[in-house]
Design a binder for this molecule. Structure first.
Ligand SMILES: [Zn+2]
Length: 456
């Protein structure tokens, strides 16, 4: 039994909150309750939060005062979330160009916490949140972490692309916190080879963390390494939370087979923290519905359940710098399914990716490049690795790293399969020696150079 965990949870966690003056424990208590509320009660609270946020933005954020006035939007007349359509989408460029005017004039500078996105697919995006929002974000992440069985004070291993992507502890106290309160073990997977993976294996065996938080592809490669080398002496966690990359069914199955444990997928962002994640039932991803409102759009209109749509987020809690109808450039699939757990938080699917991962067929069909690439790798003979690239409408390049058995049958397979998804598209096969990861260490299955507005 781990004697340290209850001390960390019941003594250090509240003590630290008091020392820092944060309200994480209170937000966590509230979120633990509200996830079980009936939908009507949840919706009522969310609508109150939306109205309050819109009134605040109109009164105290010069950017929104002007934007609402220009578009004839009146926050006082909001009856439902559907009324949000009267507000233009907030783009990343809007944030870059108007950040200071988006900050609320009635929130003291000392209460603003700066943050930025990693910028793996472009320049970093700088933004602010208020201190209270930081607490509710941290609490939301803890609630979703706890769905895996992990609890405050339990050790966890981070199998991550870059250490700096998680947190960058600066003070001695926060370093101590990583060691004794968060109890995290970091494994940098930015360059993976057999020697490095074998050192992971030994280190995990020695430290024995019951939970992993991982890049989906990194933990997949680690699982594949264990399977391919026939390893039997390796550590098996109780649960693995994957995020940051798509987790397709084949990869999930291999991870589950090797570790024999629960694998929970998660979708989050720097701008809003955890957006949605799977609960212990491992079905759809529950949206963090108390604090965020999500729309799924194509051509500015909501898509039907089961259809991919561009994700637009309204953060109901960030008063320091409100994000209202923020076009985050990700794609998700809304769902009407009720999860077996009974939580009132709606679910979504993220078998999707970023808007720039989606390709356009000849008849306007949207093709998930990631899903298709995985399908092609799994089914085309002799393909070690692949990537789809669309530089222009009506054209497609398939980049392939040859594997054993690559040949005429492979080409025939592509000639048959590609038109099934894209129609009569002009495509070509490029044989390459390797496919590079992007600067943050992620492997991109597909890349679209089209303007996302052409696709969504
Ligand atoms: Zn559930």
């Amino acid at each position: 039994m781990d004697l340290w965990q209850p001390i960390a949870k019941h003594v250090l966690f509240p003590l630290q909150a008091r020392r820092e003056g944060n309200s994480v424990p209170r937000h966590l208590r509230e979120l633990e309750e509200s996830q079980w509320w009936p939908v009507e009660r949840l919706e009522q609270m969310r609508l109150e939060r939306l109205r309050a946020l819109l009134r605040h933005a109109a009164a105290h954020c010069p950017f929104y005062t002007a934007r609402f006035a220009e578009s004839g939007f009146d926050p006082e007349r909001v009856q439902s979330f559907g009324d949000l359509v009267g507000i233009p989408l907030l783009t990343k460029d809007d944030i870059r160009n108007h950040r200071d005017e988006m900050v609320a004039t009635n929130v003291p500078r000392s209460q603003l916490v700066p943050n930025k996105t990693g910028g793996s697919t472009g320049q970093p995006l700088h933004f602010y949140m208020d201190r209270e929002r930081q607490s509710s974000r941290d609490a939301a992440a803890l609630r979703h972490d706890r769905w895996s069985g992990w609890d405050i004070g339990d050790p966890a291993a981070y199998i991550w692309g870059h250490r700096t992507d998680v947190t960058a502890p600066e003070s001695l106290l926060s370093r101590l916190r990583v060691k004794y309160l968060d109890r995290a073990l970091f494994l940098d997977t930015s360059s993976l080879d057999s020697a490095r993976m074998d050192s992971f294996r030994r280190r995990l065996l020695h430290e024995n963390p019951p939970y992993y938080v991982a890049y989906a592809n990194s933990v997949y490669l680690y699982a594949k390494f264990l399977k391919d080398t026939g390893a039997t002496e390796y550590q098996r966690p109780r649960a693995i939370i994957t995020s940051a990359e798509m987790l397709d069914p084949e990869r999930r199955a291999l991870i589950e087979e090797v570790f024999g444990c629960l694998v929970l997928n998660r979708y989050g962002s720097r701008e809003t923290s955890v957006i949605a994640s799977q609960c212990e039932e491992a079905q759809g991803l529950h949206i963090c519905w108390e604090t965020l409102h999500l729309e799924f759009l194509r051509d500015e209109k909501p898509v039907a359940a089961g259809e991919p749509g561009k994700i637009v987020i309204t953060d109901l809690m960030n008063y320091g710098m409100p994000l209202i109808r923020y076009d985050i450039q990700d794609v998700g699939i809304p769902s009407e399914a009720a999860c077996a757990c009974g939580r009132g938080l709606p679910v979504m699917e993220v078998s999707a990716g970023r808007v720039t991962d989606f390709l356009l067929g000849m008849e306007g069909q949207i093709v998930s490049g990631a899903s298709l690439t995985i399908y092609l790798i799994a089914n085309a003979p002799g393909v070690a690795q692949a990537q789809l690239v669309q530089e222009r409408r009506g054209e497609l390049v398939l980049r392939v790293v040859r594997g054993e058995g690559f040949g005429e049958a492979t080409r025939e397979f592509f000639t048959r399969e590609i038109p099934r998804y894209f129609g009569d598209i002009a495509w070509r096969l490029d044989e390459v020696d390797s496919i590079a990861k992007d600067p943050s260490g992620k492997y991109r299955f597909s890349i679209s150079h089209l303007d996302p507005a052409e696709v969504f």
